[in-house]
Structures are given as structure tokens and as C-alpha cells.
Design a protein around this ligand. Structure first.
Ligand code: FE2
Length: 200
């Protein structure tokens, strides 16, 4: 009979998944920083690279708490999100829409991480691993802050992407309102959608 699996097994598998994802993100962030047009976005990616190094270390502490070696397990979800980001770089390079596209894929990464860390933090609590839960919580907060930062930078990037021929800061504004400002993915992707359909 197959071994009975429990929440501990789920926790351990998911920990390996996010460890793999973080390491993959470490390799990708320098490429995104290099590709970004706006200095603000470049700086944002660079800052998050340094943060991600700390997040990897925190995960290694969680592995230690679990008495396991720190090992990743291939995560197809992050591979897919990163592959999409790479094709945005390829297809939109040299166009005014590049930064808006980069932000949308960076926010897809953040949201993936947020869901993983949210789950892991809760499972750590349920399993009575308070120190692990606190470490996971710290990273969760960082990912949420990064997502909000990207939503802020998206305001200008969406505007630039929308009016390729107009000088920056001139003329009409997109109906950006306040709706997207607090909700990450929806902030960037949703407003980009609004902007593209606004004049039709
Ligand atoms: Fe991360």
C-alpha cells in the first residue's frame, strides 16, 4: 500500500517548489533589469534581486527547521511565467510598450509567490512551526510590497505604452482612476486593458 501522505509532505513539496522558483527568479531578474527602459523600473528590479537573495536564505532556514537539506523541485508554473516574460522582452524590445509588458510579467511572478508563501505560512502555523511561519510571513510581506511598488510604476509605463507618438506627460490621460491601485495584477494588467479599449 502506498505510504500515507500528510500535510507535512505537502509542506515539504511546496517548500521545494518555491525554493526552485526563487532560484530561477534570481537568474531572471538581472535580465529584466537590463531590459527595462525606465530607471525607476530598473532600480525596482535591482532592489528586488537583493531582496530575493535574502528570501532564498530564509527558505534555507526553513529547510533547516524541518531537518531537511535545501533542495528545489522543478516548478513548471514559474518556468511558464518566466518564458512568457522572455517572449515579451523579445517581441516588445525597442517599443514604448516594453516596460508595461515587463511589469505585467513581473507581477505574474509576484502573485505566484504570494500564493505559495500564503499557503506555506498557514501550513507552518497548522504544523506548529512558529519560527518557520514567521520567516515565511516576512517574505510574504516583501512580495506584497514589491507587487504594490510595481503597480505604482505601471501608472507611467501604461501611459507611455498607450501614446507612442505623444511626448511624455502630455495630452490625454487614461482612465486610470483609483481602481487598480491596491490590487496588484489588476492594477497593471487591468489598466492596460482599459487603456487599449478606451478610444474604441
Ligand atoms: Fe521572491
Amino acid at each position: 500500500m502506498a505510504k500515507e501522505k500528510t500535510l507535512e509532505d505537502l509542506f515539504s513539496d511546496t517548500l521545494k517548489d518555491i525554493y526552485y522558483a526563487e532560484k530561477r527568479i534570481l537568474k531572471t531578474l538581472p535580465k529584466m533589469a537590463k531590459a527595462a527602459e525606465s530607471p525607476k523600473l530598473k532600480k525596482g528590479f535591482e532592489k528586488h534581486l537583493a531582496q530575493t537573495e535574502g528570501q532564498v536564505e530564509r527558505l534555507e532556514q526553513v529547510f533547516k527547521i524541518c531537518g531537511q537539506p535545501a533542495r528545489g523541485k522543478r516548478c513548471d508554473a514559474i518556468e511558464g511565467i518566466i518564458a512568457e516574460g522572455e517572449s515579451i522582452i523579445k517581441e516588445f524590445k525597442g517599443t514604448p510598450a516594453l516596460d508595461a509588458g515587463l511589469i505585467s510579467s513581473a507581477q505574474a511572478v509576484e502573485h505566484y509567490e504570494i500564493t505559495r508563501y500564503g499557503t506555506l505560512r498557514r501550513w507552518a502555523e497548522v504544523l506548529g512551526m512558529r519560527n518557520a511561519a514567521a520567516l515565511l510571513e516576512r517574505t510574504l510581506k516583501e512580495e506584497e510590497q514589491t507587487d504594490q511598488l510595481l503597480t505604482g510604476i505601471a501608472e507611467q509605463a501604461n501611459e507611455d505604452a498607450r501614446q507612442p507618438s505623444a511626448p511624455k506627460g502630455s495630452g490625454r490621460t487614461a482612465k486610470s482612476g483609483g481602481a487598480g491601485k491596491s490590487s496588484g495584477q489588476r492594477g497593471a494588467a487591468g489598466e492596460a486593458e482599459d487603456a487599449s479599449s478606451a478610444d474604441r
